[in-house]
Design a protein around this ligand. Sequence first.
Ligand code: ADP
Ligand code: MG
Length: 339
Amino acid sequence: MLGVLSNDIAVDLGTANTLIWMKGKGIVLNEPSIVAFDRTTKKIVAIGREAQAMIGKTHKDIRTIRPLKDGVIADFEIAEGMLRAFIRKISSSWQPSRRIVVCVPSGITEVEKRAVRDSAEHAGAKEVHLIAEPMAAAIGIGLDVEAPVGNMIIDIGGGTTEIAVIALAGIVNDESIRIAGDEMTNAILQFFKKNHNILIGEPTAQGIKHEVGAAMPLDEEVQVEVRGRDLVAGVPRMTTVTSSEIREALSEPILAIVDAVKLSLERTPPELSADILDRGIMLTGGGALLRGLDERLRRETSLPVFVAEDPLTAVVRGTGKVLENLNQYSQVLIKSRRY
Ligand code: ADP
Ligand code: MG
């Protein structure tokens, strides 16, 4: 490689996954936002994929947590440790004078913004820029956010669903609900408890969601075998469920998302509604991959709905683009107050 590589980075610190973009290089890290740490020493023993493999299988001294809950930093110290460890993983020589662009949910408070800013600074950044997630997602999928045209973006992550209308480099209106992928996973977990008297772990529930979860009836309904612990007998047991049962289990969180989208459309100024009618709604985030969700939203809104290409990386690609062209995109950055 020629020349000196800049270590400026863009970070999508998601509730479910953390992605890092390095200037001139592209995506250099994509791992679950999970930390395993020693309860007594509070020392981090594993992060990312390695920590994920420990979920539900730890002994009493080790705990796995997801330090970002609902899109904001729930456990400050651990989130910071995780960010630092991820940065160390991609570059052993990360210079403290470097720049970081971090995206944050658009609805977060000044205090929450400050927590993100502080984490990035403690992780070694001298210059920290914040950008709203829906804006980053829109840029990531190649929308012209500066145009006098309305675009609706729905980003469904682990903790939050963000619905935003963007025009002229700003967010015109935005709806953020704390119902997204995690709630869907939890709905599946609860369904097994209630209807099958069986307790399953979170990774299992998430796997079922990915495999057979849907927001619309499937062309061909399928069956899955599920293993867990019998709630009455306390012993391991296997049970079989159909995809339509799982769809039923997911109906509540999906309805909440549909309702939020409708509400957001009602609040959109008419000139922008006309644009959305022409251009449709774009779905990003891992939740966009739920089978039939686009079709369901199409039916409920009568609008064109598209799943972005590679929805899981849309936000970091947009944040990276902003990092690569900071001057061009200066107006999309959040002018947050310093304390
Ligand atoms: P965040 O930005 O909060 O980190 P992501 O955009 O990375 O979230 O999305 C993670 C969520 O997407 C998780 O809840 C995960 O279960 C969900 N997800 C990923 N793939 C699929 C899929 N194929 N079907 C349904 N949900 C999915
Ligand atoms: Mg996200």
